[in-house]
Design a protein around this ligand. Structure first.
Ligand SMILES: [Zn+2]
Length: 258
């Protein structure tokens, strides 16, 4: 009938936008752009019911890390690997509901077994955290609907690894210069992937890179998203123990089958 006189609020240009504003734009785009299942390409769902049922039927994983039980919600393979990569590398937070419930349940079970335990997370690499702008572990905890803290406190990375004496006795596989490396390299070991190194090199590059605070005298549940070799998780356990805490369980979203 009559034109509305209420002024339309205009947003500033994206260049000056804050992240919540951009998140809102992405959320709206997600409503109108076609979505397909990241696993099979079926329309309308980020992960279709069939793929989701297949993922839910996959077994949990368990192994020992530094003498501590590690519970993983999934093996890091097949469609689970696709989902985790889409979530972590492409920011597909709409996939979190597929992965979060089982992860949250494992964290909740670990905390229920050790009442009062602190939830401590392996810190993401600085590069990964910067690139993503969100923490996958915290996101999954929030979306899990389990009785778990909304945030895990984080271990910290040492900026400069302590110089270490070379190990080995000339057996040949370990190059001491490559182990110690220039300042800062050990702290980003996770970002470069650990699969190309020998097991001994991975351990050497990782020991001493993490530090725990405020855990003395506490039981601790250590969480991470993906456990590959277990070397980083073992370093987290070491760091907690060095700070006087007792690690009662490790929980991961997914672990790479050995
Ligand atoms: Zn599908």
């Amino acid at each position: 009938m009559h034109p509305t006189s209420s002024p339309v609020r205009r947003h500033r240009s994206p260049a000056g936008s804050s992240r919540p504003w951009w998140d809102a734009v992405l959320a709206v785009l997600g409503l109108v752009l076609p979505v397909t299942c990241v696993c099979c390409g079926a329309p309308d769902r980020a992960c279709c019911a069939s793929c989701r049922a297949g993922i839910d039927a996959r077994p949990r994983r368990r192994r020992l890390v530094a003498g501590v039980r590690l519970d993983a919600a999934f093996a890091y393979e097949g469609p689970v690997r696709v989902l985790v990569l889409e979530l972590k590398l492409r920011g597909r937070v709409d996939l979190a509901p597929v992965l979060a419930p089982r992860f949250g349940a494992l964290v909740a079970a670990a905390l229920a077994d050790a009442p009062g335990a602190l939830l401590v997370r392996v810190p993401p690499s600085r590069a990964g955290a910067r690139r993503r702008g969100f923490d996958p572990v915290d996101l999954l905890l929030r979306r899990s609907r389990a009785r778990v803290p909304a945030r895990a406190r984080s271990l910290t990375r040492r900026r400069t690894p302590r110089p270490r004496r070379p190990v080995g006795n000339g057996a040949g596989t370990v190059g001491p210069a490559g182990i110690v490396g220039p300042a800062g390299t050990a702290g980003t070991a996770g970002a470069h992937g650990q699969k190309g190194r020998s097991a001994l090199e991975r351990v050497e590059a990782t020991v001493g890179t993490l530090r725990a605070h405020g855990v003395a005298g506490h039981d601790v549940v250590v969480v991470d998203d993906v456990v590959t070799t277990g070397v980083t998780m073992a370093e987290a356990v070491r760091a907690v123990r060095a700070a006087g805490g007792r690690v009662v369980r490790c929980v991961a979203l997914a672990e790479v089958p050995e």
